[in-house]
Design a protein around this ligand. Structure first.
Ligand code: NAD
Length: 367
């Protein structure tokens, strides 16, 4: 019953033991931990990411970057960050001179991801960047090139890849637990509140698709291990709704993968969704919620029976797992499982989705 998760736990233990025996420059740092600068002190950074450093074995917060002095004071005090390690956006490039900072975590509005990731790489720092990686393929390519040139790691904040139910779903789906996958349905959405940067195209780069629909898309890619070759999308947006003056509300999109798998996906800013279902020739695997911060549940239909599947609560949650993964990749000079190329692959499909919806025709991708 817990074979998958036990294997994952053993894998993680093995990685930890390897790390302990790896000589690296960070061995001289306090606790041998990689130091992160958090860039942008908004909701996700302060409520989800920063509190979860306590669960990390290889990562710690060493610096903060914000445009609001009161936030630097509040969180600087709370996390014991000295004034010398607190930066404004104007000061950002001075992180170059701070040897305690190994990596930055960009948690800014989407259209700022590329600029700050590139500046961080140029300052000699590794980069963790939130999803969506950027607002265009061109920006993603520039970020990858900048990090490569600087010899620095680039990882995208796809936290579900460190969440045990999603990891199990990948293993079961790709391993044919319910037969070869034929169809995937993936739905993500929430009714968005007005008056925020997510609804301002110059800052967000797009509407629900960039923000929450990307979870549907990314799930179809990690559950299949394939890249879609064709997309067909329909958008529906009430432009008289003050929230949707510059960005889209709902997009429904179909993806076809090289093996023939078809995925039927939903992205919405006006209805609540968080689920996916993998339908194979001999049953299905369903997750709801699928990609939330906590509370994932999995049901499996196989051999004429529908049963819940549980995974033991991990010692490290998805946030700490994600932060430690980049740290381990830095320490061991390895490539993150969700490197910049992963974010680029999503943006490539998102651009095709927007094109398909605008032109009302199906679009071939990577052709
Ligand atoms: P937020 O609005 O709460 O925080 C954004 C921060 O950026 C704020 O501190 C704000 O002051 C700062 N900022 C700097 N310049 C700004 C400008 N010109 N306009 C607006 N804000 C500016 O947003 P958030 O929810 O924390 O999202 C930040 C990033 O994190 C986004 O890219 C989002 O997609 C991502 N995110 C990821 C997850 C996840 O589960 N992986 C969850 C939430 C958000």
């Amino acid at each position: 019953m817990v074979t998958g998760s036990r294997r994952e736990m053993l894998g993680a233990m093995g990685a930890g033991m390897m790390l302990a025996s790896t000589r690296s420059s960070s061995a001289v740092r306090p606790g041998g931990k990689i130091g992160y600068a958090i860039v942008g002190l908004g909701y996700y950074a302060t409520r989800q990411i920063m509190p979860n450093f306590t669960g990390c074995d290889h990562a710690r917060i060493v610096a903060l970057v914000s445009g609001t002095p009161a936030k630097l004071e509040q969180y600087g005090t709370e996390y014991g960050i000295p004034r010398t390690h607190r930066y404004s956006y104007a000061d950002f490039d001075r992180i170059r001179d701070n040897p305690d900072i190994d990596a930055v975590y960009i948690v800014l509005p989407n259209s700022m991801h590329a600029e700050y990731s590139i500046r961080a790489a140029q300052a000699g720092k590794h980069v963790m960047c939130e999803k969506p990686m950027a607002t265009s393929v061109k920006e993603c390519e520039a970020m990858i090139a900048a990090c490569r040139k600087a010899g620095k790691k680039l990882m995208i904040g796809y936290r579900s890849r460190f969440e045990p139910y999603n990891r199990l779903a990948i293993e079961l789906a790709r391993g044919g637990h319910v037969g070869p996958t034929r169809m995937i349905t993936a739905e993500h959405g929430f009714p968005i509140k007005p008056d925020q940067w997510r609804l301002d195209r110059p800052l967000s780069g797009g509407g629900s698709m960039m923000d929450i629909g990307i979870y549907s898309l990314n799930a179809t890619r990690y559950l299949t291990g394939e890249e879609p070759v064709e997309v067909s999308a329909i958008e529906s947006t009430d432009r008289s709704d003050p929230r949707f003056k510059t960005v889209e509300d709902r997009i429904s999109f179909l993806l076809r993968f090289p093996s023939g798998i078809v995925a039927n996906c939903i992205s919405s800013y006006s209805s609540g969704h968080n689920r996916y279902r993998i339908a194979g020739t001999q049953g299905w695997i369903e997750m709801e919620p699928a990609t939330s911060y906590t509370g994932q549940t999995m049901m499996i239909r196989r051999d004429n029976a529908t049963t819940p599947r549980t995974v033991p609560v991990p010692t490290k949650n998805q946030f700490a797992g994600q932060l430690d993964h980049l740290a381990e990749c830095i320490l061991r000079d390895e490539t993150p499982i969700v490197a910049g190329e992963e974010g680029l692959a999503d943006l490539r499909v998102i651009e095709a989705i927007y094109k398909s919806a605008a032109e009302r025709t199906s679009i071939r991708i990577n052709a």
